[in-house]
Write a protein that binds this ligand. Structure first.
Ligand code: G4P
Length: 526
């Protein structure tokens, strides 16, 4: 058992995010190789649901089965304890990713050099920006033809709305890719396309070292020197504080598949990335080094086996030391619970842990007590704020097709919503239940899981909705008038809060114009 301050300072808890296919899985795997957590490439299939598998149940189930093990990947690298939190690649599971981002201290964004900033990356970056999460960017696939690196930097800056600072620089790309100059450490690595072997390092004193000319040729070394001069002229010196404030993203270039530029990224990452920092709970700011344990549930993973309706709740330790067999308070219910078999995730294996420190993730077997966002403490009334729910993008009525099983359906819907699979709204006009999701796949997953885990059958019916927005007003009369006028379009969420169901952008805008005293919110936290 270590000293808590030391344990905290050596922890790096982060997520890798990207648009599907940019190379997140490959990079994760290479980081695990460096950490000795796996020994061969190809070992991580992650909980990646391939695009081809959009409606393939068995595939989803299989993926979910292995995804508990790869949800959190902990390993030691030098003196550091690294926890990588996996996020689903499929965009229909974006909500899961958003929530996982509440449990990380920093993020690595992977961008494909040919494609630049893609839609999913943009969205995820918005969530990082909301929380001022520090981000490092890895521009991947330099072994392939792609865009000019300066152009990529401009795009990162304008599309991701963050200042950037290259800390490494490629010498050509695609077929002519020769290597990467490490601006941060003034070193040069030559590219040898090989999936397993680490690249060759050329010892140099600085950018003017003639060894660079011998290694890459005169023309390319001249270009490199010009580029570096330009970079140093255009971009201010890298400032770690700015990075930690989430205002500046260092950029690395490489090829994850070829394990190239990955070590540089990792070495810089462990140096500059934050260890767990103070977190603002509703009541007060909580410092990780406080002696009393506290943490929150950011993810619930259900067991797909219908005979074992158990889940694993993933708890991020925020302060103090988590100990096995201790009684901790489940703040939402006020109950004290003892955890006899909490698990940690090291080197892709799940094993029982006796203690865990801030930054660590503990898996707690659960039989439906927990909801996403629940706080655990030693007794204090603390509430960590989760990520708000965003207005879903797709809506459907859910209808029971087996009247004998309505109780099961009720319970199933309730628990799936607790897990955060989708959002439920109840239309106040006709009493019908509406499920809102971020993608089509969720509807299929819900239907499948209701049947398999709860024995309940449902059918979807279309509803034409543009957005669900939470409404409030300081003026009770205005609120009542709005609800009366829009009574067919009023619903409540699971916490009984008023939600307006706008069927088009036009209707929403008209409502906003006509009812100036009403505030419309597009996320549940306001
Ligand atoms: P994702 O998790 O972000 O969705 O991406 P993933 O790592 O699965 O990578 C997507 C594809 O890009 C994979 O090929 C992978 O091999 C390839 N890739 C990743 N990094 C590099 C790189 O540095 N250079 C090149 N040239 N390719 C790279 P795939 O054929 O779709 O999948 P697989 O059959 O190889 O798994």
């Amino acid at each position: 058992m270590g000293n808590i301050t030391e344990e905290i300072s050596r922890r790096r808890t982060f997520a890798i995010i990207s648009h599907p296919d940019a190379g997140k899985t490959t990079l994760t795997e290479k980081l695990l190789l460096y950490g000795g957590a796996i020994h061969i490439a190809g070992a991580v299939k992650s909980n990646k649901i391939k695009k081809t598998a959009t409606s393939d149940w068995m595939e989803i189930e299989k993926q979910r089965g292995i995804s508990v093990a790869t949800s959190v990947m902990g390993f030691n690298y030098g003196d550091y304890k690294i926890n990588i939190l996996d996020t689903p690649g499929h965009q229909d599971f974006a909500e899961d990713t958003y929530r996982t981002l509440t449990a990380v201290d920093s993020v690595i964004i992977v961008v494909d050099v040919a494609k630049g900033v893609e839609q999913q990356t943009r969205k995820l970056m918005e969530v990082c920006r909301m929380r001022n999460t520090p981000v490092i960017i890895f521009v991947n696939k330099l072994d392939r033809e792609g865009r000019d690196p300066f152009e990529i930097l401009d795009e990162l800056e304008s599309e991701l709305k963050i200042s950037v600072r290259p800390l490494s620089w490629p010498i050509n790309i695609g077929a002519k890719f020769k290597g990467v100059y490490n601006i941060y450490e003034h070193s040069l690595d030559l590219f040898t396309p090989n999936k397993q072997k680490v690249s060759e390092r050329v010892e140099i004193s600085d950018i003017n070292d003639p060894a660079i000319d011998s290694a890459v040729g005169e023309a390319d070394s001249k270009k490199l020197r010009d580029d570096i001069e330009l970079i140093d002229g255009v971009y201010p010196e890298f400032d770690t504080e700015e990075y930690l404030r989430g205002k500046l993203a260092p950029v690395f270039f490489g090829s994850a598949l070829n394990t190239f530029g990955v070590k540089e990224l990792l070495d810089c990452f462990v140096k500059i990335a934050p260890s767990p920092r103070p977190i603002q709970a509703e009541e007060r700011e909580v410092n990780p080094s406080e002696p009393a344990f506290s943490g929150f549930v950011f993810k619930i993973h259900a067991n797909m086996d219908p005979n074992h309706r158990s889940c694993i709740a993933f708890v991020k330790v925020c302060s103090g030391e988590f100990k096995r067999n201790f009684n901790y308070k489940h703040v939402r219910t006020g109950k004290f619970i003892r955890f006899a078999a909490p698990t940690a995730f090291m080197a892709q294996k799940k094993s029982i842990v006796d203690e865990a420190y801030p930054g660590d993730i503990v898996g707690i077997p659960d039989t439906g007590n927990f909801k996403i966002g629940d706080t655990l403490t030693e007794g204090e009334e603390l509430h960590y704020r989760g990520l708000p729910s965003f207005s879903p993008e797709m809506f459907k009525y859910i209808e029971n097709t087996d009247p004998m099983k309505s109780k099961q359906l009720e319970k199933g819907i309730q628990q799936l919503m607790d897990e955060g699979v989708a959002q439920l709204f109840i239309n106040q006009f006709n009493g019908r239940k509406i499920i809102g999701t971020v993608g089509q796949l969720q509807f299929e997953v819900i239907q499948y899981r209701l049947l398999n885990e709860y024995g309940a059958q449902c059918r979807w019916e279309p509803i034409s909705l543009y957005k669900a927005c939470w409404i409030e007003s300081d003026d009770d009369e205005a609120l009542a008038a709005f609800k009366k006028r829009k009574h067919q379009f009023m619903a409540v969420d699971r916490d009984d809060r008023d939600v307006f169901l706008a069927d088009s952008n036009y209707v929403l805008q008209m409502a906003q114009n006509d009812f100036p005293k009403i505030r419309f919110h597009f996320s549940s936290e306001y």
